[in-house]
Design a protein around this ligand. Structure first.
Ligand code: UTP
Length: 303
C-alpha cells in the first residue's frame, strides 16, 4: 500500500491573528520566503503525496489561487532568484472544497471523505510546518509498517503547555521511531495530562475515521473535534501509534503572533539564499538594541 492523498484543513477563522487575518488567510502568511501552506505542500510532496485536497472557506480564495499554476503570477513571470522559491508546477495535483462554516477540525476533515475514497490518507494542518520533511515521511512509513488506523506526529512539550494541545497516552515502544497510542485527551491541565506528548499537526488515518466523525455530537465550543473521533477509534481497539519529533526537529506554527514571530525568524535566518546576510544583520541589530553606541545596521556605515 502507498499513501498518495492528503487533506489540508485551511478553513479556520484565524481569530487569534486579528487584524492580520481580517481579509487574508493565515495559511498564506510568509514563513521565510514562502507562504506557510506552500511549505506544507512541499512536505507532503516529499513524503510521496501526489493529490492534495485544500479545505478552504469563502474568504480564502488566495489559497486556491496560490496552487493554480495559471492564476496570478506564473513560474515564468518570476525572476531567476525568486523562481526557486515557487512550488514546482508538476509536484502535486490540487483540489479544493469549501467547508461552509468553521465547524471544527473534525468537520473540516470530513469534507474530504469522497476525496479520500477508501484509501488511507494524510491530514496536515495548513497553518504549520516542520523544519524538514522527515517527520511526515517517518509518520507515513510507521503507519504502513504497523498497519495502523490512526498515526500522529507528537512533540514533547513543557509541563504547563499541556493545556494548549491534544495530549496522547503512550503505550509500549514499538520500534526506534514509534510508540503505541492508547488514548488522547484535549487540552488537559498538567496534573490530568497522560504524558507530555502533544499532537503536532500531522496525522495518517484509515478511512474508518469518517465513520467515527459522523457519529460525533458537537464537543468543546460547539465544534466537531477531530480528537473526539480519534479517542473513539482508540476506545474501540483500532490501532493507534505516535511518532515523536527527533531532537533538532521543530514544529513551526503561525497560529498566534508569538509562535508566528518565532517561526518566521527561524525560517528567514536559515533560508539558503537570504539567511547569511540576515544573520549578520540580526547580530548587529541586537548589539545596537543592547547598546545604542553600536552602529545601527539600518544606517550607512560611513554616516
Ligand atoms: P486552529 O484551531 O488553530 O485555527 O486550526 P483557527 O480556528 O483558524 O484559529 P483561531 O483559534 O480562530 O485563531 C488549525 C488548522 O485547522 C484549520 C485552520 O484553518 C488551521 O489551518 N481549521 C480549523 C479548519 O479548516 N476548519 C475549522 O473549522 C477549524
Amino acid at each position: 500500500m502507498q499513501i498518495t492523498r492528503a487533506i489540508v484543513p485551511a478553513a479556520g477563522r484565524g481569530t487569534r491573528l486579528y487584524p492580520i487575518t481580517k481579509a487574508q488567510p493565515k495559511e498564506m502568511l510568509p514563513l521565510g520566503a514562502r507562504p506557510v501552506i506552500q511549505a506544507v505542500a512541499e512536505e507532503l510532496s516529499a513524503a510521496g503525496v501526489t493529490d492534495i485536497l485544500l479545505v478552504t472557506a469563502e474568504n480564502k480564495r488566495a489559497i486556491e489561487d496560490h496552487f493554480d499554476p495559471a492564476a496570478g503570477l506564473t513560474h515564468d513571470d518570476a525572476p531567476d532568484e525568486a523562481r526557486d522559491y515557487g512550488f514546482p508546477p508538476d509536484a502535486a495535483r490540487f483540489y479544493a472544497i469549501r467547508q461552509g462554516g468553521a465547524l471544527g477540525l473534525g468537520h473540516a476533515v470530513s469534507c474530504g471523505e469522497q476525496f479520500a475514497s477508501d484509501e488511507h490518507f494524510v491530514v496536515a494542518l495548513g497553518d504549520c510546518t516542520m523544519t524538514g520533511p522527515e517527520p511526515l515521511q517517518r509518520l507515513v512509513e510507521a503507519h504502513l509498517r504497523h498497519e495502523a488506523d490512526v498515526s500522529i506526529v507528537v512533540q514533547h512539550v513543557g509541563r504547563e503547555a499541556t493545556k494548549r494541545y491534544g495530549i496522547v497516552a503512550p503505550g509500549d515502544r514499538l520500534d526506534e521511531t514509534s510508540l503505541a497510542m492508547t488514548d488522547i485527551v484535549e487540552k488537559p491541565g498538567p496534573d490530568a495530562a497522560p504524558s507530555r506528548y502533544a499532537v503536532a499537526a500531522r496525522y495518517v488515518f484509515s478511512p474508518a475515521l469518517f465513520r467515527y466523525i459522523a457519529a460525533l455530537e458537537p464537543g468543546l465550543g460547539g465544534e466537531i473535534q477531530l480528537t473526539d473521533a480519534i479517542r473513539a477509534m482508540l476506545a474501540d481497539g483500532l490501532r493507534g501509534i505516535a511518532v515523536p519529533l527527533m531532537p533538532g526537529e521543530h514544529r513551526l506554527d503561525v497560529g498566534n503572533i508569538a509562535s508566528y514571530g518565532r517561526a518566521f525568524i527561524r525560517m528567514m535566518l536559515t533560508d539558503s539564499g537570504h539567511g547569511e546576510g540576515l544573520r549578520s544583520y540580526t547580530a548587529n541589530l541586537l548589539a545596537h538594541i543592547d547598546d545604542p553606541n553600536h552602529p545601527d545596521p539600518d544606517l550607512p556605515s560611513d554616516a
